[in-house]
Design a protein around this ligand. Structure first.
Ligand code: BEZ
Ligand code: FE
Length: 323
């Protein structure tokens, strides 16, 4: 469904935008009666049977109530609801193992950030560890396990379009993995990935080598990891699908501030999925997926005497113990 009528001479088109005649806002309509609404909510909730899945039986009444109250509050019309159904269908049709458009839609609504926060609080026995941040859609499970001190930049040559940016942003990144009691964890795995200076992850960009800017490192006996990479670059989230169009309709910034992704794991500890954000980035206060946390904003320092890196970052990850 491309165009849907949402009132006299008024077209809602989630692909192109919302237009009103002479730029007028729609007239206010009388809200549906709260009493009628309540009775429908109760009927839907009461339809759940005794053999329902326990977690679903627990959460569905709340979902039904919020959905109905939302629709009533905004006077949602059939064409508007159909336009939303169409948008969700398109997200699903566009998703595959390289891209998850429905997840992206959740991301721009802040939902992945919220459930990430809820889950990490529930899994751990204390809040003392490094904060988590969303995984995002660009993680690959099988990044190469590399020796500490090696580089995750692959096949960088003077012919690479972003060569000079990569040299200017070359960085040595090191730190320790600690438990919340302050003890270093040997044998922890630090899995990292980031976008290239052109704002694209390797799987989005045929000109990059497979697994460029991805690697896994095992901490040594002092809990230390180290690798060469780049200071991160900001990038717009994929814009060629419904999530991108939605951002346009909402007149929103599509950019994510420059960040490096990490999954840090160790036995008897909760795995930590997080991101570190470069403090130089202009989008820090307007991340399109709402993942920035103050504790995750880092400052790179200039690095002297290392031909492989112009910048240096030291950051310790603190893992919470499993309950
Ligand atoms: C990312 O950081 O890779 C990302 C996270 C959420 C949505 C899109 C991209
Ligand atoms: Fe990212």
């Amino acid at each position: 469904m491309e165009h849907v009528l949402i009132g006299k001479d008024t077209t809602l088109n989630l692909r192109m935008g919302i237009t009103f005649p002479d730029d007028q806002a729609p007239e206010k309509v009388l809200p549906t009666s709260a009493k009628e609404g309540q009775s429908l909510i109760n009927q839907v909730i009461a339809a759940t049977g005794p053999k329902a899945h326990p977690r679903l039986a627990q959460i569905m009444p709340s979902l039904v109530r919020h959905l109905h109250e939302f629709a009533r509050e905004v006077n949602l019309t059939v064409p508007e609801w159909m336009a939303a159904v169409d948008l969700l269908n398109e997200c699903g049709q566009m998703s595959n193992d390289r891209r998850n458009e429905t997840q992206l839609l959740c991301d721009i609504l802040g939902l992945e950030s919220l459930v990430d926060e809820i889950t990490s609080n529930m899994l751990a026995s204390s809040n003392a560890g490094t904060p988590s941040a969303v995984l995002g859609p660009f993680y690959r499970h099988d990044a190469p396990l590399l020796p500490n001190g090696s580089s995750i930049i692959k096949n960088l040559t003077s012919a690479t379009p972003w060569y000079s940016q990569a040299i200017a942003d070359s960085a040595y990144i090191t730190g320790r993995v600690l438990s919340t009691d302050g003890k270093p964890i040997a044998g922890a795995i630090v899995d990292t990935w980031l976008a290239a200076p052109n704002g694209l992850y390797e799987q989005q960009d045929d000109s990059q080598t497979d697994m460029n800017l991805r690697g896994r490192f095992e901490t040594d006996r002092d809990g230390r990891f180290a690798f060469y990479a780049l200071r991160p670059t900001s990038y717009p989230i994929p814009f060629d699908g419904p999530a991108g169009r939605f951002l346009t309709l909402l007149d929103r910034n599509p950019n994510r501030p420059g960040h490096i992704h990490f999954i840090v794991s160790a036995p008897q500890h909760c795995a930590l999925t997080t991101q570190l954000f470069d403090d130089r980035d202009k989008y820090l206060t307007e991340d399109s997926v709402f993942a920035v946390k103050d504790e995750l904003v880092v400052k790179f320092s200039p690095r002297e005497g290392d031909p492989k890196a112009r910048w240096y970052l030291e950051y310790d990850f603190v893992l919470r113990r499993e309950n």
